[in-house]
Design a protein around this ligand. Structure first.
Ligand code: F3S
Length: 399
C-alpha cells in the first residue's frame, strides 16, 4: 500500500521544491513504506546524528554537501548531535588538523542548510525543548528516549539521513512512537534499591536494558521515588544503549506513566542486581586511570557548578574532559565555573564528546559515571573503564 501524501508533499516528491527536498521526500516515503506508514506527520523539531567526521567519512560528507548544493533548507528548528571536535578548543584536546578541516566542512554543509550548529545530545538543555505530545524527528538514542519518556513528545529513533530529510521537508512518516497504541508498556519492573546517583540510574538502565534487549518491550518501572533531570538523562542513555529502548514509563515520574494500563506482574530489580550491573562496568583491575570524562550525556549547568565546587583550588593530575554543549558552557563562562575548572587543569570539550572524538590509542583506562560511556569506551576505543559515582570520578583526577 502506498502512502497518502498531501498536495504539498506530492510537489516535494515531484521535485517542484528543489532537488534536495525531492531526495529528502524520497527517503521518507521509502521509510514510510517499509514500516507501513499511511501518511506523513508534520514535525516541529529535528535533531540530526551523524555529525562527527570520524563516523561520517568522505561518503557522508559528500552526501551532506550534495543536499546543501541541491538547495536543501530546513523548515523547522534543527540541531545536531556532538561533532568530532570542540571547534574552539580542538588543538588543546589533541585533535589532528586534517580531521579538524574535514569536520569544519561537515558543519559548513549543515550551516548552509540552515541547521543550528548546536552540537549536543541534550538538545533539551540547549534551546531545542519540545512539549508533551509534540512530534519530532530526533536521532540520538539517549535524547530520543528522554524526549519520548520524560518530555512525553513523540519520536522514532531516526538515522542521520532520515532526520535530515525530516528537517528539509518538515515531515516524518507516521509509524512507531508517533502512534499512541505503540506507546503502551508491555513489561513491568519493580526497583527495590534506593537510587541516589547518576551512576545508580546508569546501572539500572543497564540491568533493565539487558533483560529486554531482544524483545524491544516498553518497560513500566515502579519503585523509583524520585529522579532528577540528571538522573533521568543518565538512565535514558543507559537504557537506550543496553536495551535499544526508545520509551519507558516510570510511575510517579514520567508524564504518560498513568495514561496506559500496564502489566500487573513485575520483575524485581534487587540491590544485588544493581551492584552487579555497576561492577560489570569496572574492568580495569589495578590499571591506572589516565583519562577522566564527565558529560555523557552532556552535562547540565548544575553538574558543571558541582564540578567547579569540587575542583576549586585543586590541581587535576590526569587528562580530564568536561563535556557539554556550547550553550551551557557559555552560561558556565558567565557564572565563573569555567575559570575555576580550567584553573584546576581540566579541559572543556564543548559540542563534542569522548565517544565521537578521534581519541583511539591515546588512553588506556577511562573513569566516568556514565554506563553509556563505558560501553562505547570499550566498543569504539578499546579503553578499560572505571565506573564510579560522579564525585568519585572527579577525585580520580586529583589523585
Ligand atoms: Fe552524548 Fe557522546 Fe554520550 S553523544 S550520550 S556524550 S556518547
Amino acid at each position: 500500500m502506498s502512502m497518502h501524501l498531501t498536495i504539498e508533499e506530492q510537489d516535494m516528491l515531484a521535485g517542484e521544491q528543489g532537488r534536495a527536498t525531492q531526495k529528502a521526500m524520497q527517503i521518507l516515503v521509502a521509510l514510510g513504506e517499509i514500516y507501513g506508514a499511511e501518511y506523513m506527520i508534520p514535525v516541529c523539531s529535528v535533531q540530526v546524528a551523524g555529525v562527527s567526521y570520524d563516523n561520517l567519512g568522505d561518503a557522508g560528507l559528500q552526501f551532506l554537501a550534495e543536499m546543501a548544493d541541491g538547495g536543501g533548507r530546513v523548515r523547522v528548528l534543527t540541531t545536531l548531535n556532538p561533532a568530532g571536535m570542540d571547534r574552539e578548543n580542538w588543538r588543546a584536546l589533541g585533535i589532528p588538523a586534517d580531521f579538524a578541516e574535514k569536520q569544519e566542512r561537515v558543519l559548513e554543509a549543515f550551516s548552509r542548510m540552515g541547521v543550528s550548529l548546536t552540537c549536543t545530545c541534550t538538545p533539551y538543555l540547549a534551546g531545542n525543548l519540545p512539549g508533551q505530545g509534540d512530534h519530532l524527528a530526533w536521532s540520538e538514542s539517549s535524547a530520543v528516549c528522554y524526549a519520548n519518556a520524560v518530555l512525553g513528545a513523540r519520536t522514532n529513533r531516526e538515522g542521520g539521513p532520515s532526520a535530515l530529510a525530516a528537517a528539509l521537508t518538515g515531515r516524518t512518516p507516521g509509524y512507531g512512537m508517533h502512534i499512541p497504541e505503540n506507546r503502551l508498556p508491555s513489561i513491568a519492573f519493580h526497583v527495590e534499591p534506593t537510587l541516589r546517583e547518576t551512576r545508580d540510574f546508569g546501572a539500572l538502565g543497564k540491568a533493565i536494558g539487558e533483560k529486554i534487549e531482544a524483545s524491544k518491550a516498553i518497560p513500566y518501572i515502579s519503585g523509583v521515588s524520585t529522579a532528577s533531570l540528571e538522573n533521568l538523562k543518565s538512565f535514558c542513555a543507559s537504557l537506550a544503549t543496553y536495551g535499544g529502548v526508545a520509551l519507558f514509563h516510570m510511575a510517579g515520574i514520567t508524564p504518560e506513566a498513568g495514561q496506559f494500563p500496564h502489566p500487573v506482574e513485575a520483575l524485581t530489580i534487587t540491590q544485588q542486581e544493581l551492584e552487579e550491573s555497576a561492577q560489570s562496568l569496572n574492568d580495569a583491575g589495578s590499571q591506572q586511570v589516565d583519562f577522566i570524562s564527565l558529560g555523557c550525556p552532556h552535562l547540565s549547568l548544575p553538574e558543571i557548578a558541582h564540578i567547579a565546587s569540587l575542583l576549586k583550588g585543586q590541581k587535576a593530575k590526569r587528562e580530564f574532559w568536561v563535556t557539554t554543549s556550547r550553550l551551557v558552557k557559555h552560561a558556565a563562562d558567565r557564572l565563573g565555573y569555567t575559570r575555576i575548572i580550567e584553573e584546576a587543569g581540566a579541559r572543556f570539550a564543548a559540542d563534542t564528546c569522548c565517544v565521537v572524538a578521534p581519541i583511539r590509542d591515546r588512553f588506556s583506562v577511562m573513569a566516568t559515571d556514565s554506563a553509556k560511556a563505558c560501553y562505547y569506551a570499550y566498543a569504539k576505543n578499546k579503553f578499560k573503564t572505571v565506573f564510579l559515582p560522579f564525585d568519585e570520578v572527579v577525585k580520580q583526577a586529583l589523585q
